[in-house]
Design a binder for this molecule. Structure first.
Ligand code: KIV
Ligand code: ZN
Length: 536
């Protein structure tokens, strides 16, 4: 067993190099309650480029004007990885995907249609022949626009393999460069999935000339194991998402498959081009922007992934780290909190520190970040890299349009009900006030915000965590709520938990109402609506 981890990434040839196709911004964004704005999506995509993923699936452009805009902004602004847009086999989908990704120097269209009879009969309500015709036409259309085209036979693992093979052969015949075999409902097992690839190669030998890909969901907790089995059977692209987020139980976790391939290179001789020291930071950013907390015992990036509780283990690690650690925390970036600023640090020091963290902040944004930094540095002795990440992410969430927190007052006592007064700015720019009593000070603030916004919300989840250790740590709050029939989350950061809570609540509300308004605008576009069938 290797305890040294990192296998060399440079000089790998195509045969022993596994491409990482990140779908955090597409399949990941399909998780309930996630509502990323364009700026947040671009920030995540830039971080994914720093992480060194090969492909970023930036979104599903036909689904909404917001998705189209985000994908085209990523295509224009993110350099390095291939930028991919998802499309059903419909002509309008493929045109929209191309319209959004064409600004990238490395565009890819990813088109899909189901090959399982269960989907063909009940969802598509069509025939196998029609599916073959749609796949052929879609790949041909995509190839007429773009040199790089990926095809996915959705629900492949529950489909008749002979029929799926026929459809894959058609896709390759029309010029698909990548063929992806999705385990859409997380049903397969490692052995079965490996067998599926072996049989596909027998049925369609030409598949050896394109890149085969795995896309596994985690419904039975097997997404990483199945992806690994597919890779051992010959696939050289893994579709995965940061922190394993995605539809239902999620997708294969990016950080887990990357570190599995790296740490056990001795077994399979494969690796990826990922800069693993960026994994922890990418995980924190995605968790923050999506509101999906990372469980403490999550492999690779969980808070406890490198913590040793039992005396025997601590003793062993103190004597020799490899007694109980198969990877080094520095390898996944869990040690990177060295930057320290204080209240005397100036604007230049802040800008340099932010640059080191990969944030390019100038002009008005730098002034804003500096003002926020000063407020925090006044209350906290040391501002570390983790604090800066939290502050800057918090600033990104401030909306030009939408609802924002202006101020709040709260009185709390053990002898009478807490009372809060709150002012928020409305999307029109006007200020609106609300006041309320509640079960506790946080509840009073939340009810006062609802009154100020003149709307009803149902609180679904409220979590508080500390950004760093220590008594003066910044607090980070995540709120998930349902408003206007939409689930949305919001986050807030402050040295004061009540302020962080108020910010998080206003942002969640803003995301829910914005999402509802967008949905209404879309439903007015009757043509598009009649074309639309449920997404993957
Ligand atoms: O799970 C799935 O089948 C998908 C496809 C679009 C690849 O997400
Ligand atoms: Zn999927």
């Amino acid at each position: 067993m290797s305890t040294h981890g990192k296998a060399p990434t440079s000089g790998r040839n195509r045969a022993d190099r596994v491409d990482i196709f990140d779908t955090t911004l597409r399949d990941g964004e399909q998780s309930p309650g996630i509502s990323l704005n364009t700026q947040e999506k671009v920030e995540i995509a830039q971080q994914l480029a720093r992480l060194g993923v090969d492909v970023i699936e930036a979104g599903f452009p036909i689904t909404s004007p917001g998705d189209f805009e985000a994908v085209s902004e990523i295509a224009r602004n993110v350099e390095g990885p291939v930028i991919c847009g998802l499309a059903r086999t419909h002509k309008a989908d493929i045109d929209a995907a191309w319209g959004a990704i064409k600004y990238s120097p490395r565009p890819r269209i990813h088109t899909f249609i189901s090959t399982s009879d269960i989907h063909i009969t009940h969802q598509l309500q069509t025939t196998r022949d029609d599916v073959k015709g749609q796949a052929r036409a879609a790949v041909a259309q995509a190839r007429s626009l773009c040199d790089d085209v990926e095809f996915s036979p959705m629900d492949a693992t529950r489909a008749d393999i002979e029929f799926t093979a026929e459809v894959c052969a058609i896709a390759v015949d029309e010029g698909a460069t990548v063929v992806n075999i999705p385990d859409t409902v997380g049903y397969t097992t490692p052995q079965e999935y490996a067998g599926y690839f072996e049989r596909l190669y027998e049925l369609v030998p030409v598949l050896r000339e394109v890149r085969l890909s795995v896309h596994c969901h985690d419904d039975l907790g097997l997404a990483v194991a199945n992806s690994y089995a597919g890779v051992l059977a010959g696939a050289r692209q893994v579709e995965c998402a940061v922190n394993g987020i995605g539809e239902r139980a999620g997708n294969c976790s990016l950080e887990e498959i990357v570190m599995l391939l790296r740490t056990r290179g001795d077994v399979h001789g494969l690796d990826t081009g990922v800069e693993s020291r960026e994994l922890a930071r990418t995980s924190r950013m995605v968790s923050r922007f999506t509101g999906y907390a990372v469980q403490p015992n999550k492999a690779i990036v969980g808070r406890n992934a490198f913590a040793h509780e039992s005396g025997i283990h601590q003793d062993g690690v103190l004597k020799e780290r490899t007694t109980y650690e198969i990877m080094d925390a520095t390898e996944v970036g869990l040690d990177s909190n060295q930057i320290v600023l204080g209240k005397h640090s100036g604007r230049h020091a802040l800008r340099d520190a932010l640059n080191d963290l990969g944030f390019r902040v100038d002009g008005a944004a730098l002034n804003q970040a500096f003002q926020r930094f000063k407020e925090i540095a006044d209350k906290k002795k040391q501002v570390t890299a983790l604090d800066l990440e939290a502050i800057v992410s918090d600033e990104f969430r401030e909306r030009a349009q939408g609802y924002n927190l202006a101020w709040f007052d709260v009185e709390a006592s053990s002898r009478r009900a807490p009372h809060a007064r709150v002012a928020i700015t409305l999307p029109s720019g006007e200020e609106s006030e609300g006041e309320a009593t509640g079960d506790g000070p946080v509840d009073a603030i939340f009810v006062a915000i609802q009154k100020a916004a003149n709307t009803d919300c149902e609180l679904r989840q409220y979590t508080v965590s500390a950004v760093t250790e220590g008594e003066d740590a910044l607090g980070e709050v995540t709120v998930m709520l349902r408003a206007a029939d939409r689930l949305a989350s919001g986050q807030g950061v402050s040295t004061d938990i009540l302020e962080a809570s108020a910010r998080a609540y206003v942002r969640a509300l803003s995301n829910a109402l914005e999402g509802a308004a967008m949905r209404e605008a879309e439903s007015i576009t009757a043509e598009a609506a009649s074309e639309r069938t449920p997404g993957p």
